[in-house]
Design a protein around this ligand. Sequence first.
Ligand code: G3H
Ligand code: ZN
Length: 281
Amino acid sequence: MLAPTGELVAAAHAGGGAVGAFNVITIEHAEAIVAGAEAAGLPVILQISENAVRFHHDRLAPIAAAARAIAASAGVPVGLHLDHVESDELLGQAAANGFGSVMYDASRLAYADNVAATASAVRRCHAAGLWVESELGEIGGKGGAHAKGARTDPAEAAAYVATTGVDALAVAVGSSHAMTTRSARLDHELIARLAAAVPVPLVLHGSSGVPDDELTAAVRGGMAKINIGTALNTAFTGTVRATLGEQPDLVDPRRYLSSARSAMAETVSSALRVLKAGVIT
Ligand code: G3H
Ligand code: ZN
């Protein structure tokens, strides 16, 4: 069933755990993410990025409607989140398309401009009933104002949250977007300092490159929303490549997409189980 993202993250945060948030590009992604969450028996967040909307010819409505319908019939709570939004126009479409939350991304801007743009976006989004995440200290891999390897300063993060009114904060602690190897090392001492200084849930982006034991430790340290995208595409594309390699005459996409979708579902369920292992009972 559809559930408000803010409630899922708050419940996980209060229980010392984290919610897995996975990026949707195609309908198969949404189906796989929900199937993986059902297999693990855990809530999940479907997130559609601005880049994914661009892929769908700049049209949010069709992929959002598909994700919403898949979420609505799920056997576990599913949040619907619009991810890495830089466009004010797209931000304005979130509530009408069924999203419970957005990540407004002004991380490429200098600090003062990030604060001003985010505070304004938060006012608009809260008026529309949306829960808002934003980012401070760009997580490497996209270019922009912050160099790769940037770290979020705890005192600056606390001031940023107080000034902007965001509901959750993505922080730079050593992960990097779009990694296809799981070799990132997180700064756990910094995670602990951020968790102590920042009064809202913390979000880890670029989690595909983070090994299981590091993810478990990050959850124990206070990360409440864990974003995973590339790992699904690695599973999906690898399975398509292998299937077509074994069966070069195959033309029906259902024959290779179904095994690729299953591989993504398996990736989701195992990641959710790793996050659950981070909960201290
Ligand atoms: O917002 C989405 C994520 O940060 C996903 O990052 O593709 O590196 O796992 P990833
Ligand atoms: Zn991200």
